[in-house]
Ligand binder design. Structure first.
Ligand SMILES: [Zn+2]
Ligand SMILES: [Zn+2]
Length: 358
């Protein structure tokens, strides 16, 4: 094919977290079973801004929380049509291996091998056949594009909450009140947890947490922290601890204040070389469990969509910033610290441009 005849599109390609360039690239071409989606909006995740993770992948088009309009389908695609408004996942399991049979979809070897082409911070994305078969969901009218951009993050939270068996009336401690921490505070409230304690060193984030349903928001560095934590949990410590930052000190802090019989859930990966020191003696006699939750599978994405469609769970108010592709660098800077923002979303076709079927 004459190269010049290949249609082009724009995408934001990261060469590092500090160097993101909007570049032209060929419109991704489809293989049998694939679809191409015109991206309406894509959320920016803190994990897009983890140095150790991004430095392994650069140059890369990030963005894994997208929704869009189906732009082209191949004949092998059954139940999707051009013009459908969809969420599409960036990873899917094989559904047949031993791990998948046990429901450990995100541990499936195929899961991390599957991906979008190129990524959500692009005008168009090729969704490979394997993903089309397992985790592309049509959006009902009651789920807006911006709410749809929360399907992936909310699915991750639903998976995490499933792992810690969150029943009404248990105490929850969310360490870190960034946008995902706040989403988890809201989910804990929705599921009936009580009390909900949040810790964050940044005062404005503690205020957000209280505004969103936390009973107590504490500064983890305060001199009277131990006393306050004990007071907030009736002297028991927190029964379910959700550690948001992928940081050793946060995990250690969680382990130190978990209640007897409590669970400490590590929500975000640490850098590969990080190690956590703990005293088995203490955890043994308190029977404290440490567990992890990685990403979300096709069951949780459907559950997340259902929850959003129910109208009982608000998410769009967590969006504080909206950018076109030229704002991806700024959005990643914000996502790295969340000192001055909650969630940012990217509109690859530009702010105010209505994306509709072409
Ligand atoms: Zn994410
Ligand atoms: Zn599998």
């Amino acid at each position: 094919m004459n190269k010049k005849s290949v249609a082009m599109m724009n995408a934001a390609r990261a060469y590092s977290l500090e160097d993101v360039r909007v570049e032209e690239m060929p419109l991704p071409q489809l293989e049998p079973g694939d679809i191409r989606v015109q991206v309406s909006v894509c959320g920016v995740c803190s994990s897009d801004a983890m140095d150790w993770y991004v430095s392994r992948k650069v140059p890369v088009v990030l963005g894994h929380e997208p929704v869009g309009i189906v732009h082209e389908v191949t004949p092998e695609v059954g139940d999707l049509d051009v013009g459908d408004r969809v969420f599409f996942h960036h990873h899917v399991p094989c559904l047949t291996c031993r791990l998948c049979q046990r429901g450990l979809y995100t541990s499936c070897r195929r899961f991390r091998e599957t991906s979008l082409d190129p990524g959500g911070f692009a005008e168009f994305v090729r969704v490979p056949a394997e993903i089309v078969r397992v985790d592309v969901l049509k959006l009902p009218d009651e789920v807006s594009d911006e709410a749809g951009a929360f399907i992936e993050p909310l699915a991750c939270s639903l998976r995490a909450f499933g792992k810690i068996d969150l029943l009404p009336g248990v105490s929850v401690w969310v360490i870190g009140a960034g946008p995902m921490g706040l989403l988890n505070v809201r989910l804990a409230r929705y599921l009936g947890a009580e009390p909900i304690v949040v810790t964050d060193p940044v005062a404005i984030r503690r205020e957000y947490a209280e505004g969103i349903g936390a009973d107590v928001a504490l500064d983890p560095g305060a001199a009277d922290f131990d006393e306050k934590m004990s007071e907030a949990t009736g002297g028991w410590g927190a029964e379910k601890v959700i550690v948001m930052p992928g940081a050793v000190d946060a995990i250690e802090h969680g382990l130190a204040h978990a209640a007897p019989g409590g669970v400490v859930l590590v929500y975000t990966p640490t850098p590969p070389e990080a190690t956590v020191a703990y005293r088995p003696h203490d955890l043994y006699f308190k029977e404290v469990t440490i567990t992890h939750s990685y990403s979300a599978g096709p069951i949780e994405t459907r559950d997340a969509l259902d929850l959003l469609a129910s109208g009982e769970f608000e998410v769009e108010d967590l969006i504080t910033h909206r950018f076109g592709l030229d704002g991806v660098g700024e959005a990643l800077r914000m996502a790295k610290t969340h000192d001055d923002s909650l969630r940012a979303v990217i509109y690859p076709h530009g702010l105010g441009v209505e994306v509709k079927a072409i």
